[in-house]
Structures are given as C-alpha cells and as structure tokens.
Design a protein around this ligand. Structure first.
Ligand code: NAD
Length: 490
C-alpha cells in the first residue's frame, strides 16, 4: 500500500487561495483536512474560504478586468498565452496525473488521459478565438448592423471533484480566452491538482489578477455560496449535482446572473438485438466503470432487448467480475478508490438498496484485500424495475442497473423515464432505428455505436434535470461574451 499512502513528492506544504498573484491563507485562518481516499487519513490542510476571501478574490479579478490589459488584448495575443498554458500542462502531465490520482482516487492511467484533455481545452479555445467570426448584416443603401462581441467581467467558476483538473480547464479555457477574469472555486474533496494552476498561469504569462482561486466549501456563508451571491460576478459556470444547481439558480436570481449548469445524469445505454454484442458489452463496461463510475455521462442504466437479454447479462456480469480493482497508483488498475468516505457511504447505501430491489449478478460489496479506503466492487444489478431507486437516482459509482425491453417504443419510454437527460448510448446495426431513436431520446448528447469521446466543437450539456445551457465550441464563447448589436443608418 505504500505507493498510494505516500503523497507525490512535489505537493505544497498546504493548499492556499491564490488572490491577486499571491498564495494566501483564509482571512479568518480557517482550514480543513483533505483525505487520502485509499486510507481516509488526512494528508494535507486546505484553506477554507468564506465571504471575506471571495470579496478579496473578486476585487482582484474586477481590477484586472477594469484596468486591463487582458480584456483588451488582441485574440492572437491571448491565444499565445493559452497555447503556453497548454504546453506547460502537457509538460507537467505526469506530475499532474500523479496528484490527481492520489487526491481523487482515480486510476493513474485514466488520470493521465484527463491531463492531456486539459491541455487540449486551452489549445482548442486559443484556436477558436482567433478564428471567431461575428455577424454583420446590411440593408442596402439604408443600414449596416454588426455584432460587437465583448467579455462580460468576472466569471465565477464552481467545479466538482470528479476529474477536477480537466473540468476546471473546461471552464478556465473559454472564460479567459474571451477576455474575462475569473474566480475559481474548486471542489473541497479534491483541491490538490488545482494548486498547480497559479504556477502554470504565471509561467505562461497570464497577467496578475486574471486568475484567482478560493478553496473551501459550497454551503451558505462559505466560498461557493459567497461567489454565487457576489454582486460583481455577473456569470456563474457551475458543474455539480442537480440539487446544488437548483440552489445556485435561486441564489443567483436577485442579480439575474448568466448561468451555465452542467448537472447530474442517469444515462441509458440501449442495446438492441441487432447490435455488435462484443462492442456493446465492452463499451457499456467502460461506460460505467471507467473513472470509478464517477462520471457524469456514465451509462448507468443498460436497457437490453429481450431476445438477447439473458446472454447479455451473463456476459456482462462475467466481464464486470474481471474488471481490475486496485490502488489508484497501479497502472493496471481499472477501478480504484472512490473520492471520499461520505461518497463511499452513499454508493454503498445504493448497493444495499439495490439488493432489495433487483437481482445482484456481480459485485455487491467491498473487494477482497481492500479493508480500508473507499473501494467498491464493480456491481451489476439485473431485472431492475423502472420505479426502483437504483434505476431513477444518480449513484455516481461503479454500480449499474440492467433492464429488459421488448420493443423500440418500450426502450424509448424506459430511456426517457428519469428526471435526467444528459447522455444516451445506442447500440444497433439498423441505421434508421439508430437515428430515429437518437432524435426521440430526451438527452443532450447521444452516442451511436460508440463511446463518449467527443469533438470539442460540439455542444455539451443536458436537458431536464441534467443542465441548463450548452458549452462547447462557439457556445462557450457565446456564454462568456456579450453580443452587442450596433446599427447605423447609411
Ligand atoms: P456538488 O454539487 O456537491 O458540488 C459541486 C461544487 O459546488 C463544489 O465545488 C461545491 O463546493 C460547490 N457547492 C456546493 N453547494 C454550493 C452552493 N450552495 N453554492 C455554490 N457552490 C456550491 O457536486 P459534486 O458531488 O462535487 O459532483 C458530482 C456531481 O457533478 C454529479 O451529480 C455529477 O453528475 C455532476 N457532474 C456533471 C457534469 C456535467 O458535465 N454535466 C460533469 C461532472 C460532474
């Protein structure tokens, strides 16, 4: 166990806020313990931000916005700095992945992939702002109209603990590319990798005050809540649970803030009898067990056509039993430790609920040889009824529900039968069915005969309780900019 109980070599002595170019403690001196998910022992302290810390961070970001130079720099100049950031992230990817894996419990091999994506997010938005085209309309001889696109101000970025560094980059990239300044509030369970941002940004040449970070909790009076309620923060980009999204929506209402919300999911993977079964089994195993099942787009409900149901369940359960549970630091590990004991308790409580609701065909407890820490066996329930809690509620762990269907209509009804609508996965060799089903399913994103690899130009977001608005490609640019119409008579 030593490999995973010893923190990576280069971690800071303590996790601090970063305000106006300086690492600082909380004004009231408050701190909290961050736990190692393999032992649940505290391994570092982090500053716990409150209203006063957010006020200092927002003041720094506002000054950097009002006095510049960042918002007024040419897109090409900002893009150069974004590309520097991408290069630095890439050059530090092993260090970063080691920190991320240690702090969050993600398998190291998967954490490396996340570091590469984080770099790509900066490169992508660097390209996009340079190539940005804005609308112009002419009424011949009468009027010319054009769009004056401009940054909005201080963006508040609030992120969750699953793939923390990558998800932070997904917001930081477009927010700063478009000329805004930011205050980031990373997730309290996993603040370690975010402590690398200040060094990366300084080295890349980002002007002081453009990036600020306050660590700590989300609840009333703490950092997250204070950021949402700060009058000088006109934009909030939030990723997290749907219920937190509802609270933030209400708290932002008095200021009519711009909101982008990427929320929870309970995404269906629908496997028709004419699917390539090998590919469907492999992909649906990956879809729910990669990233420890702590993935917003996890295909956590598998709907299988009756004629192949028994065979599918048997093969799926056998393969789930072969998924390698291990230490986060072991390159061969496929499922490691869940992020935190609170989350472990939540996931385990669903495993127990599942046992009373459905047929357990794989897993169902703690893996052998892992007596401490947040380890859960890859767990598969079959014959899950649509009203079961494990069918309806987001578990966010390595637990999957399998349900049979007998017609396309029933498959669609089951797929749509939750409050969520983030992703859907469809496995069939019938092209027409694939497209008709995709267009009818209530989800922001659909993958046909494929895994959830995406093109960064496409919209990312959910419908129903899974989100509000879209980011991705120029939709992120739209969210982080004002589009002023300018009209002149000719
Ligand atoms: P969470 O909602 O508990 O916390 C997310 C962040 O919000 C944290 O930084 C937290 O401190 C902060 N927060 C909590 N209460 C707040 C408040 N009242 N005001 C302001 N900030 C507050 O979510 P989590 O448990 O960290 O993350 C898991 C959830 O995130 C899952 O539901 C998952 O599906 C979702 N998620 C969605 C996407 C997506 O793109 N749709 C991506 C990743 C994760």
């Amino acid at each position: 166990m030593t490999q995973s109980t010893t923190p990576p070599a280069d971690i800071p002595e303590k996790i601090r806020h970063y305000i106006n170019g300086e690492f600082v403690d909380s004004i009231d001196g408050d701190e909290f313990d961050v736990l190692n998910p393999v032992t649940n022992e505290p391994y570092i302290k982090a500053a716990s931000g409150k209203k006063a810390d957010i006020e200092a961070a927002v003041a720094s970001a506002k000054k950097a916005f009002d006095e510049g130079p960042w918002p007024k720099m040419l897109p090409r100049e900002r893009a150069r700095i974004l590309n520097n950031i991408a290069d630095i992230v890439e050059s530090r990817k092993d260090e970063l992945a080691a920190m991320e894996s240690f702090d969050s419990g993600l398998p190291i091999t998967q954490a490396k992939g996340q570091a590469a994506r984080a770099a790509e997010n900066f490169r992508f938005f660097a390209d996009l702002i340079v190539a940005q085209v804005d609308d112009a309309f002419k009424v011949p001889g009468r009027q010319a109209n054009y769009v004056n696109r401009k940054p909005i101000g201080v963006a508040g970025l609030i992120t969750p603990w699953n793939t923390p560094f990558m998800l932070e980059s997904w917001k930081l990239g477009p927010a700063i590319a478009t000329g805004n300044t930011v205050v980031l509030k990373p997730a309290e369970f996993t603040p370690l990798s975010a402590s690398l941002w200040p060094g990366i940004f300084e080295e890349a040449g980002l002007p002081t005050g453009v990036f600020n970070m306050v660590n700590g909790f989300g609840e009333e009076g703490f950092a997250g809540d204070s950021l949402v309620k700060h009058p000088d923060v006109p934009l909030i980009s939030f990723t997290g649970e749907s219920s937190t999204g509802q609270t933030i929506f209400a708290n932002a209402a008095p200021w009519l803030k711009g909101l982008s919300m990427e929320l929870g999911g309970k995404s269906p993977a629908v496997v028709f009898a004419d699917a390539d079964l090998d590919a469907a089994v492999n992909a649906t195993i990956f879809g729910v067990f990669s990233l420890n099942g702590e993935r917003c787009t996890a295909g956590s409900r598998i709907l299988v056509e009756e004629s192949i149901y028994d065979e599918f369940v048997e093969r799926y359960a056998a393969q789930a039993k072969r998924v390698k549970v291990g230490l986060p630091s072991d390159p061969a590990t496929e499922v490691a430790a869940l992020v935190h004991p609170e989350h472990y308790e939540k996931v385990m409580s669903y495993v127990e609920i599942g046992k009373s609701e459905a047929r357990l065909v794989a897993g169902g407890g703690r893996p052998e040889g892992f007596e401490t820490g947040n380890f859960v066996q890859p767990t598969v329930f079959a014959d899950v009824k649509p009203d079961a809690r494990i069918f309806q509620e987001e578990i966010f762990g390595p637990v999957v529900a399998i349900t049979p269907f007998s017609s396309d209509e029933e498959a669609l009804e089951l797929a749509n039968n939750t409050k969520y609508g983030l992703a859907a996965y469809i496995w069939t060799s019938d092209l027409k069915r694939a497209h008709n089903f995709s267009q009818a399913v209530e989800s922001g994103m659909v993958w046909l005969n494929s895994n959830n690899v995406r093109d960064l130009r496409t919209p990312f977001g959910g419908v129903k309780a899974s989100g509000l608005g879209h980011e991705g490609g120029y939709r992120s640019i739209d969210f982080y900019t004002e589009q002023q119409s300018v009209h002149i008579n000719l």
